[in-house]
Every structure is written in structure tokens, then in C-alpha cells.
Design a binder for this molecule. Sequence first.
Ligand code: 5AD
Ligand code: SF4
Length: 488
Amino acid sequence: MHNDKKTVEFEEILDKINLENPAPAGEPERQYYYIKKARQYVKEKSQELGRKLTACPQTFGCQMNFRDSEKITGILELIGYEVIDSEEADFVIYNTCTVRENANLKVYGHLGKLKGLRKKNPYMMIALCGCMMQESHVVEKIKKSYSFVNLIFGTHNIYKFPELLVTALESQRMVIDIWKDTDQIVEDLPAERKYDFKSGVNIMFGCNNFCSYCIVPYVRGRERSRTPEAIIDEIKRLVADGVVEVMLLGQNVNSYGKNLEEPISFARLLQEIEKVEGLERIRFMTSHPKDLSDELIEVMANSKKVCKHLHLPVQSGSTEILKKMNRRYTKEQYLNLVEKIKTAVPDISLTTDIIVGFPGETEEDFQETLDVVRKVRYDSAFTFIYSKRSGTPAAVMENQVPDDVVKDRFDRLLKEVQSIATEVCAVHEGTVQPVLVEQINHQDAALVTGRLSNNLLVHFRGGADLIGKIVDVKLTECKGFYYIGELI
Ligand code: 5AD
Ligand code: SF4
């Protein structure tokens, strides 16, 4: 694991803090103060027990949550916890997701198991954060049924984690701090990266789109963009620390920068990021079709660093359903957009998200979705069964589709998506492509696994010295969704 900012820099900051003084009001200085304070508590406890305290952050959901967890991990390490993968730890933190009901159920399942573990370890602390905590009925349920939880916070005050942890360490009761929304973006807190050579970079937070099925705008708040300066600064620091690939993260990156004091488009931001020397690859997600500009298509076509991959969620192929979903494009507009992209960037790989069983979806509507899948020919598609999220407009729509009908459509969709994807993926067979080597192969230690610009994986003979490097690989055989290759 690697630090975004040099550990010594943080140590210098912490050295200068005097805990006899009251906590500073400004951020992030206030959190540095609490990191130092938490460090004292952890040190005392660790001396008492005669061992290091352990912490286990667990992440559910999307790439945004994974990036947030890297921030939590960075703070935990600075405080002095040994970060481990097992929930038999002194401190377990669940960073939760609520986009579909399944995600919620998983968290309750884990909490149930922790009840037992906690009996074995009386020092164990449990914290819950992330999207699920932004829903009041969830917090009520935890208060009632899982009263052993020590700390609950949400998505808007994650930067306050050190302060909240100190409050929880000093309190015998459940500490809860949930904000409805925020316009604040706090920079410059530590983060601990999972990979040395690639990193997610938040460029914006929140979503203003209110697709009628989606809970995200309610739990992640309104759109806020980071300034280009802050983003480029972070990327330069990452590159100096060995990163060659960044994934720019936002719920709707195409509307990046619109609300900044000095507005700037996402395409312009990409051009600025491209100038960072030493950075080799730029990825981004997610794009909303309604906001994808010609300017962006042009930048993608001409860029050397922006990867030839576009994740473009369609959600449904039926104009009628798209309207009810509040997606603000028609089937034809989506298909035209795809045509435009394919013409400008012929080797682009397209992926998507599709929901089946949205309220009122008929067999005809579903056929329209299959038609889009056949016309676009996606490299892969994430397919979801519609999940009713309370508080969203779709939850109270009439004509909810019966489970068995949805399941049948889901199976048919998956079959279609998979058979097309296998064909689409195979088109690169025999070519030589640049590959970023990510890790030793899980099944065969004589192989390494790398990623193509278009996001497909390739396994080939090689050793750990290749990890983090971009090398040319001949794609000798397509195995459906991945390749077997040879280092050139
Ligand atoms: N039910 C099913 N899928 C959903 N998604 C978002 N909300 C729901 C829901 N209520 C899917 C969308 C989105 C992806 C991240 O999750 O397809 O693009
Ligand atoms: Fe949800 Fe739509 Fe926003 Fe995506 S764009 S996060 S689907 S509301």
C-alpha cells in the first residue's frame, strides 16, 4: 500500500500540534489535531494490551466508496492502527452502499455476525458510514436492533472521521453525526492507496439528475466540483509517488465544472490533466448520455492518454421507460450518440448499465432494450434488477413488475449481453496492445494480469518486476471476457 502524500509530511504537521491547546476551527487543521489525539488513545490502549490495535475497514458499493475507504484507511494508519482484512479486529468500519436493497441486506448480515465477535473482544469498536447512513429509517433500525454500534456518520462529513472517532472513544453511547447536505470540500487529508501504480481521483461529488429510481442524489447531495487546480495538484503528487493511471470519479463527470466560480468543461479538464508529465493513462466514470459533449468526443479521439473506453449507462432502451426514469434522452438520441462516438473513436470499447423491471416495463419495452444491446454491441454490461428505493419517485409508481417476469427478462438480457460481449471482445485477437501490468495472476503464479486501454484483462507469462509497467503484449487467444497473451 502507498500513501498519497508522504508520511513524513504528515508527521511534520502532527509534530507541531500542541494538544494542550483547544482544537483549531479551520479544516483540515482541526482533523490533524484529532488524529494526534486519537493516536494518544490508541497508544495507551495498545500499551495496556501489549499489542498493536487492529482496524478493518470494509467497503460496499461503487468506486467512490472504495476511494472514500482509502481515505479512511490513510487516517487509521496515521492514528496507529494496524489495518487488517479480518473482521476479528479492534475496530471494524463498514462503508455502506444503498443503491439497491441487496447492498443494505449485506450490511445487516455482517452486523449480525459482529455481535458474536464483539462478545469475544470487549474492546471492539464498530463504525458505520456511507450512503446507507444518510437514510433516517436505517439509522433508526440500527439504534433499535444493533445498539452495540459505536459510531455512525454519513457521506458529507467523512473528512471529520478523526474528530468523530475521538468523540466515540470518549463516549459510552452511540455517536451519530449525519448531515443532510454540504457545500464543503475538504482537501489534503491522508489516503492509503490499494495499488501503487493507479488511483481513483474524485473530481466531483453528488448528483443533480434525480433519475426516478435512484437514491444517490438523496444520499450524496448536490453536485460539487473540485477546482481543476486541486485535482491537478493531487494527480501530480500521485504521479511523483509512482502512479501512471488515474480514474477520475464522479456520478456524472460530464457536468463537471459547471458550478465552479470559473466554469470549465470536463473535456477541458481532461486536456489539462493530459499535460501532467509521467501520467500515462486517464480513465473516468460515470458519463450521463444527456451531457456527453462533442468537445469530449473530440478530446477522446485525439488524446494519447485518455483510454479507449466509455461507460455510458443506457438503463433502458424504451423511450417511454426512459421518460419515466427521468433520463432525459430517447432511444434514438442514445443510438445517435453511440454512432457519433464510434465514428470518431473507431476502437472505442463501450460498456453500460441496464435496469430491468422498472415500474410499467412491458415486454415491448424490454424488446427495445434488447434492440439497443444488439445495435450498440457492448463490450460488457452491468445488468440490474430494479430495486425499489423508498423516497424515490419510482417507488410509488403503479404497475410494479412481478418478480417472475423480471427474473425471466433479466435472464434473457444477460444471455444476449454475454453472447455479444464474447464476440466483441474477440476482435482484438492477434493484435499487439499496450498493457498496464496490475498483479500476479491469482490462479497461476507464473502469469501476470494486465489491463488493456479498453479495460479488458490479459494474462501472460511474466514476473512481479513488471507490475506497474506498461508493456506491449500480443493477444494470442480470446477466452470470452479476457485474453491470453505473450509479452513482446
Ligand atoms: N434499482 C436497480 N438498479 C439501480 N441502479 C441505480 N438505482 C437502481 C435501482 N433502484 C443502477 C443503475 C446505475 C447503477 C450504478 O446502479 O443502473 O447506473
Ligand atoms: Fe443516480 Fe441518475 Fe445520478 Fe446516476 S445520474 S447517480 S443513476 S440519479
